[in-house]
Design a binder for this molecule. Structure first.
Ligand SMILES: [Zn+2]
Length: 357
């Protein structure tokens, strides 16, 4: 059984497990968000620490030995998870509180708010591992650090990690996971072997979503709404009731019907509604709608919301391809503002107004 790995990762994982004795000290695991990079890293860690499989064999973790049981619950003394405290809490980690206790805003001079759990991987978390690198491993095997998302390190934290990467203690393996290798320090990148995680096929994604309890008839729509990333599709299905939020389909239907020469669609009420939730919830929906409009205007099938393809097609014809492309760029440029808009209502209004123009 492929303990820890997703179905589309098994052949790829086996190739790496067969090279255990020649693994580099650090690997950078990257690929499309929502396709299981973290699961792959944890699966590798569990397999490499399993005490019943022979090194350099293509076998996966047995799932039964002490090491496997500890890895599965995050208690293996030779396996460290490094992730932001807020993420640890979202993942339900038993030790999220310990990670949070390291979360002292004064420690590296960043301006994170006090009470809130940090979304950053903090320098103190990285430095706290220093004594651990120099002790003998508890089980006489590898010592593994799984760190994600690597782009959550600020420069100070990244430099602290660099120090550990530059002087690798024997038997230590770093598995860094990232959605955005281009946001990492070049000096970190140069010390890691890059590993691009395979994408699932449409069929693999759909059958995996069915195993997770997503209704077969709807799985394709969830998958499309998540940009064909199955883990993101599952997360989306847990966050919202329909693949396309009702407000977005109402908006697109309204815009498709409205005559732009008569002033188009009224945005006030919807802006108030959107302002009640965080922009990170709704801005990506505008981005996806807009990509679909661009594709429809170019005569291509839509990517994210196939159920809306008829109204998207009508709306797309109301402006030029250049208009929709510029709108995609503009929405992308708003993303950094989405985490901390100065005024949520104004921000929602501005985005909606621009989308409807
Ligand atoms: Zn085992």
């Amino acid at each position: 059984m492929a303990v820890g790995f997703l179905p589309w990762q098994t052949a790829f994982a086996q190739r790496w497990l067969q090279r255990q004795s020649s693994l580099p000290h650090a690997m950078l695991i990257h690929g499309l968000s929502g396709t299981g990079k973290r699961e792959f890293a944890l699966g590798m860690a569990q397999a490499l620490l399993c005490e019943r499989r022979a090194p350099d064999s293509p076998d996966f973790a047995c799932g039964q030995c002490d090491a496997c049981r500890w890895s599965a619950v995050g208690n293996h003394p030779d396996l460290m998870h490094l992730r932001p405290a807020a993420l640890a809490a979202r993942e339900g980690a038993e030790h999220a509180a310990d990670e949070a206790s390291l979360d002292d805003p004064a420690a590296d001079g960043s301006s994170t708010t006090k009470k809130k759990l940090s979304e950053d991987l903090r320098v103190d978390q990285i430095r706290a591992l220093e004594p651990w690198y120099h002790r003998a491993t508890h089980r006489g095997g590898l010592r593994i650090v799984v760190l994600y998302p690597a782009e959550a390190m600020n420069t100070i934290a990244a430099n602290a990690l660099l120090k550990a990467l530059e002087e690798p203690s024997p038997e230590t393996l770093f598995l860094l996971v990232t959605d955005a290798p281009d946001r990492l320090l070049a000096t970190i990148l140069s010390r890691c072997q890059r590993l691009t995680i395979p994408m699932p096929t449409e069929d693999q994604s759909l059958s995996w979503l069915a195993q997770q309890g997503i209704e077969q008839g709807e799985a394709g729509q969830w998958l499309a709404a998540a940009g064909h990333a199955p883990l993101r599709a599952l997360a989306l299905s847990e966050q919202q009731s329909t693949p396309c939020p009702p407000w977005a389909s109402d908006l697109m239907t309204g815009l498709a019907k409205s005559d732009p020469r008569r002033g188009g669609f009224s945005v006030g009420v919807l802006a108030d509604e959107l302002a009640k939730s965080a922009p990170v919830q709704w801005l990506p929906v505008f981005q996806r709608l807009c990509v679909d409009l661009t594709l429809a205007r170019a005569g291509l099938p839509v990517r994210y919301y196939p159920k809306l393809s008829a109204v998207t097609g009508q709306r797309a014809q109301q402006a030029s391809l250049e208009h929709w492309s510029l709108l995609v760029s503009w929405l992308n440029s708003q993303l950094p503002l989405a985490t901390h808009p100065l005024n949520a209502k104004l921000f929602a209004h501005a985005c909606l107004q621009r989308f409807c123009d």
